[in-house]
Design a protein around this ligand. Structure first.
Ligand SMILES: Nc1nc2c(ncn2[C@@H]2O[C@H](COP(=O)(O)OP(=O)(O)O)[C@@H](O)[C@H]2O)c(=O)[nH]1
Ligand SMILES: [Mg+2]
Length: 236
């Protein structure tokens, strides 16, 4: 039983060596040699890929491309290159910590749920450390997704998700969204495939400044929703 952890990265040179070393240690301790860590380089210009490669860690590899495309494209590239029976993805700053990896693994191996999404809304302290405006924006956005997007889960945007490996690769083979709205596409495809989705309560452990512009990105997202819904209609 092999587990793949995919990490999208874009200009993360200040933290990526630390992240790779920490993840490698955690995975070795919890999964011995039955793991791979796939860093998906989204056209970084700061040598992030070289930094990871130069560490020479076993079970760690870098995939990617030259031109920056967006987080969705990076995650898709990582997941489609993965070989695990269980596949997950998480952010380069390990915002949700690492214990969530084993927690998610235990649930996914049982087989009842082929898809797992972490949810800040389900955790009692899920929004701890958020400024009131970020918290309101995040919650409003979730409501909008439920209403207009047809999303039936509590936190589609959370940066940690896990899957049975074959299911992950099947879902992502239908994805087209390169930007931050890809999470929505993944959930809608999973719903369309009638897959059971487990919601794992999660909390941000490592806060770093978000590059999301609450107002500008919210409008972009609304435009994305209708495009994504059209694409998902064509899936199976
Ligand atoms: N900002 C940004 N992050 C990217 C991009 N491509 C991949 N990523 C990765 O996506 C993850 C989330 O990025 P972050 O800026 O923390 O976004 P946030 O947590 O949604 O505010 C990190 O692992 C990034 O390295 C990109 O084009 N822009
Ligand atoms: Mg972040």
């Amino acid at each position: 039983m092999k587990i793949s952890v995919c990490v999208p990265m874009y200009n993360e040179s200040s933290i990526i060596a630390d992240t790779a070393a920490k993840l490698h240690r955690y995975m070795t301790e919890h999964f011995e040699n039955d793991f791979e860590i796939v860093f998906a380089d989204d056209g970084s210009r700061d040598g992030s890929a070289d930094i990871v490669n130069s560490l020479g860690l076993s079970g760690v590899r870098v995939v990617g491309y030259e031109k920056n495309q967006g987080k969705g494209c990076a995650v898709r590239t990582g997941v489609l290159a993965s070989e695990g029976d269980i596949v997950m993805f998480t952010d380069a700053d390990l915002a949700y910590g690492m214990d969530i990896i084993e927690e998610a693994f235990k649930i996914l191996v049982k087989g009842e749920y082929p898809v797992l999404v972490a949810s800040r809304a389900k955790h009692k302290d899920g929004y701890e450390g958020y400024t009131p405006i970020r918290k309101l924006a995040s919650r409003t956005y979730i409501k909008v997704l439920n209403l207009f997007g047809g999303i039936k889960i509590s936190d589609a945007q959370c940066g940690f998700k896990g899957f049975r490996g074959d299911i992950a690769r099947r879902i992502f083979s239908h994805c087209q969204t390169n930007n931050f709205a890809f999470d929505l596409e993944v959930i809608l495809i999973a719903q369309k495939m009638n897959l059971r989705i487990y919601e794992l309560p999660a909390k941000i452990i490592n806060h770093r400044e978000s590059k999301v512009n609450v107002i500008k990105d919210a409008f972009k997202m609304l435009k994305e929703i209708s495009r994504i819904k059209k694409n998902v209609k064509k899936v199976i």
